[in-house]
Design a protein. Structure first.
Length: 478
């Protein structure tokens, strides 16, 4: 945890580390295919330099093949180093941290695990030693036991499969390295780009509130998400979360809310248990939005980033079948939405062309011929009783016919523009199930035109509820 009175100095140093002049990797090796050098290569090729530090010269040729210069110690490097990734056995980490201190490194990422969270005497002693060194010197540590920083704009990554050269408006903090790496890739498949994704691990020096403060200060970050296993300093966390929620949407996914799952989180990150009912009350007081899965996190970011503010919870629905219409109504209703009757003028217009046997035009409207879809979208969007419009479409047809997909994107775009209401697509997958790449192609085709598409009406209902709740909280509490 960082002292509040020193926060501005810390923020300056943290910004320097997140957007560094040069980077060093300590302990790259053949057994992991020089993964950390590979991860940071886009930075090396397009921005500053990446250096490799290793006492074992047998590992030097692999770095040289990647175009990276080798050194025995950090202090041997003449250029300034602002970000360091440490991947060495835990007993050697204090020696490397000492070199980071002498070199004046702004931000030290410790990938190595086995410290306080291990519960072992040696690990706890090393943790306290490193923490003491860092606090006395003012060195910032990200970790230990984490994947570190993903800054796609400059090409610093947590794994070689992450993108680079682009940025967005979504910032993320995770106590799990795998969850951090995964959400960066998944969000990108939905057309959502990140400013930074921070895998923070145990939070030895920099803790959750520090990263929240960082994203609150960052003008490019418009939505902040986080994956939390536990809290080291609950008082400060909720204080900072409340302050941040007054300015930006804060999406909080908390695991370990049962006693059994809390044992797993304590073993992973060394954090303690908060009862589920208490947790949700505290989140509500802060004005933050609770999230229950990675899918819901990505869907909610899409909704908040791309959709206009809804004026209420009245939803107009279109379903591809009669069975889907009842299920769709049930799901949206359970998520707190109202499915009202349309205005009489809307029904008059529907009666003028809708005479399909086996379908009907109550809300949800169901099973209309394809040629009527555009008029239905326009009617729902303009209806005075409707705040949000959700239109279901068959995935197979969208994939099979690219012109059909393009036309559906146009229809939703025009429906949104005439009403300035949230208008979304719900993709109906059938049997056999669609390939994931096809679903990603569909959602990205809509996202390219700033239209939100969800993989199902269930995921749409969850995300739209979070969207509506956020604006209600912001209007009356924030």
């Amino acid at each position: 945890m960082v002292d509040d009175t020193k926060w501005q100095d810390v923020l300056t140093k943290l910004k320097r580390g997140i957007t560094p002049r040069n980077v060093a990797v300590v302990g790259a090796a053949r057994h992991n295919e020089f993964r950390w050098i590979q991860s940071h290569l886009p930075f090396h090729n397009n921005n500053g330099k990446v250096f490799h530090v290793n006492l074992n010269e047998d590992e030097w040729p692999g770095a040289e093949e990647l175009g990276v210069q080798n050194f025995h110690r950090l202090v041997d490097i003449e250029e300034p180093i602002d970000y360091v990734t440490i991947s060495v056995p835990r007993k050697f980490v204090p020696l490397v941290v000492q070199d980071c201190i002498e070199k004046g490194v702004s931000l030290v990422h410790i990938y190595t695990a086995g410290f306080e969270e291990s519960g072992e005497e040696e690990g706890i002693a090393l943790d306290r030693q490193i923490s003491s060194m860092a606090r006395q010197s003012g060195t910032l540590i990200m970790g230990p036991n984490c994947m570190g920083l993903f800054n796609p704009a400059v090409g610093i990554r947590q794994s070689p499969n992450q993108y680079y050269g682009e940025t967005g408006n979504f910032g993320y903090i995770s106590q799990s390295g795998s969850m951090a790496s995964a959400i960066a890739v998944e969000a990108n498949s939905h057309g959502i780009k990140m400013t930074n994704c921070i895998s923070m691990g145990n939070g030895m020096i920099l803790d959750l509130p520090d990263y929240i403060e960082y994203f609150l200060d960052d003008q490019n970050t418009k939505v902040v998400g986080m994956y939390i296993e536990g809290l080291r300093d609950p008082d400060r966390f909720f204080k900072v979360l409340k302050k941040a929620s007054e300015s930006k949407p804060m999406l909080v996914w908390k695991v370990g809310l049962t006693e059994d799952s809390a044992r797993a989180t304590e073993a992973h990150t060394g954090t303690s248990f908060i009862r589920e009912d208490v947790w949700h009350k505290l989140l509500a007081r802060c004005g933050a939005i609770g999230i229950n899965s990675q899918d819901e996190m990505v869907d909610t970011v899409k909704a908040i980033s791309l959709l206009p503010e809804p004026t209420g919870y009245n939803v107009g629905l279109y379903a591809v079948t009669g069975g889907h219409s009842t299920d769709m109504a049930n799901v949206f209703s359970k998520n707190g939405f109202k499915i009202p009757a349309l205005t009489e003028s809307s029904y008059e217009e529907l009666r003028s062309f809708y005479n399909m046997i086996g379908g009907n035009y109550v809300n949800p409207i169901q099973q209309a011929p394809p040629e009527h879809f555009e008029r239905i979208a326009q009617i729902l969007s303009k209806d005075g009783n409707i705040d949000i419009v959700a239109l279901e479409m068959q995935a197979q047809q969208l994939v099979k016919d690219k012109d059909f997909l393009k036309d559906r994107v146009r229809i939703l775009k025009e429906a949104r523009d005439v009403s300035n209401k949230p208008v979304v697509a719900c993709i109906a997958d059938g049997y056999p199930r669609m390939d994931q790449k096809d679903l990603e192609f569909i959602t990205k085709s809509f996202a390219d035109e700033n239209i939100v598409a969800f993989y199902s009406f269930r995921s749409a209902a969850e995300a739209l509820k979070n969207l509506a709740d956020y604006y209600v909280i912001n209007r009356f509490v924030g």
